[in-house]
Ligand binder design. Structure first.
Ligand code: GDP
Ligand code: IMO
Ligand code: MG
Length: 426
């Protein structure tokens, strides 16, 4: 069978966690392929809200096995606390979760380095989640990182010491106070905890599942506009969040990729610094934040809000090879009598384009909007046939502009508030 991929097309927080959980019963395996504890994937069912950071969002479905892939950066301390929270729900986490030996380890000094580097950037800070993502990927690319499989080796303490000493030197240059003693016991305890799980060669595991005919869903973190290569650099995360990242982050060859589910909010949000052409700094933006409860799942920071941005969505669809679109949070737009859609950008010289300029930041971009009628009614409990005509018109407008079918509409945070649309061929 092919490996389907589900990933965010905007700046993260599109609702990936909810939809992976909704889709997971159809899949034998759910596999996270990049990112780490910077992610916050929210799932809601039976009146309980769960936020996952490193654990794949298939974990609540008993028949689904979950894999943390080699492309992930894993913090053992965060891992331990996530698992402890999940164990309250009587899940079979220990037999349903597999961790790649090749995943990179986040150690406590990576978090400190993140803080030091952000502080040094001053006004130009990225707005990082401060979970150690940038520094741990730097060590991976710099060929000096530690990997999950290293914890099984007797030389682990020595390798760890070497990396901590290296970090201590950098932290000293930054004048950043640091004492390893404060972190060591907690970290080593979390490492021992991690060792109780199945640490595997996940590329062999996944390829043998493909051969057996198992169904696999690759779960992305962050969003395409935060991709290290294609996002609004330097205001991005440090991994490839796009479909290609699923290949390198899981060891799955491109020819095994099947459907690419591109998930987006019916509007836009962004948390952290960086360009955001359709951002609303007015009462509409505030109303969107309030109605959508737009506060970061990992950091609690208020998310910046704005209208949907089609040039950037078209870009994400192109880079990812999206085959189906999933539109989230349609209910949030119910508060607006009319809804704006940015269809193109007007550049400083007066020309209009639906392509992303090289520099979104310095380029003086004015979004050009089409205005559509709002539906202005609650979507609670509605099925596909009961959807208001203005919402159907919004969806059909987006399908025409984006040239990809929208096969799912989400109308609330709960598992059940999900409308599967008839899949038309593009
Ligand atoms: P992820 O990082 O892509 O998994 O998304 P987050 O969990 O960070 O943010 C999405 C937020 O929107 C969460 O609080 C979800 O519970 C919530 N959510 C998901 N789908 C919907 C929806 O259709 N309507 C509303 N109102 N909330 C939703
Ligand atoms: P999920 O998976 C939204 C943002 C941060 C910051 C930038 C870099 O929940 O969609 P990092 O900590 O990676 O160095 O931060 O990326 N960011 C996210 N924004 N959702 C996320 O994940 C994010 N992960 C990182 O706010 O702007
Ligand atoms: Mg999130």
């Amino acid at each position: 069978m092919k490996v389907d991929v589900l990933l965010g097309l905007q700046w993260g927080d599109e609702g990936k966690g909810k939809i992976v959980d909704v889709m997971a019963p159809r899949y034998d395996v759910v596999a996270r392929f990049q990112g780490g504890p910077n992610a916050g994937h929210t799932l809601e069912f039976d009146g309980i809200k769960h936020v996952l950071h490193q654990i794949p969002s298939g974990i609540f479905r008993p028949g689904t096995r979950n894999v943390i892939g080699n492309g992930v950066v894993l913090d053992p301390v965060v891992f331990k606390s996530e698992i402890e929270k999940l164990e309250k729900y009587n899940l079979d986490v220990r037999s349903n979760l597999f961790i790649s030996k090749k995943a990179t380890l986040i150690i406590p000094t990576h978090r400190l380095l993140d803080q030091a580097q952000e502080k040094a950037k001053g006004e130009n800070k990225i707005g990082s989640t401060l979970k150690g993502i940038g520094p741990s990927y730097q060590d991976k690319i710099g060929r000096q990182g530690l990997r999950v499989g290293d914890v099984l080796s007797s030389s682990f303490p020595e390798k760890l010491r070497k990396l901590v000493d290296h970090h201590a030197r950098i932290l000293k240059e930054h004048d950043f106070p640091f004492s390893w003693v404060e972190h060591e016991a907690g970290f080593m305890d979390a490492v021992s905890f991690l060792k109780q799980f199945s640490l595997i060669d996940s590329e062999y595991f996944l390829n043998s599942e493909i051969k057996k005919g198992s169904t696999i869903l690759a779960e992305g973190a962050q969003g395409s506009l935060l991709d290290i290569d294609f996002g609004s650099y330097p205001f991005v995360t440090s991994s490839n969040t796009v479909t290609a990242g699923a290949c390198t982050g899981l060891g799955v060859a491109p020819r095994h990729i099947g459907e690419v589910f591109g998930i987006f909010k019916a509007y836009s949000t962004r948390v952290g610094s960086g360009p955001f052409p359709t951002e609303l700094l007015d009462t509409d933006g505030e109303a969107m934040r309030k109605e959508g409860n737009e506060y970061g799942s990992t950091t609690g920071r208020p998310r910046r809000c704005g209208w949907i941005d089609l040039p950037s969505l078209k870009y994400s669809i192109m880079i990812n090879g999206v085959t189906q679109l999933l539109m989230m949070k349609a209910d949030v737009l119910s508060i607006f009598p009319s809804i704006k859609v940015c269809t193109r950008y007007r550049l400083a010289d007066g020309t209009e384009t639906d392509q992303l300029p090289y520099e979104l930041i310095h380029e003086n971009i004015t979004p050009v909007y089409d205005e559509l009628k709002g539906w202005n009614c609650s979507l609670k409990g509605l099925n596909e046939a009961q959807l208001p005509p203005a919402l159907n018109a919004y969806v059909e407008f987006l399908e025409r502009e984006l040239d990809v079918p929208i096969s799912l509409i989400s109308t609330g945070p709960d598992r059940s508030e999900t409308i599967h649309r008839f899949r038309r061929e593009a």
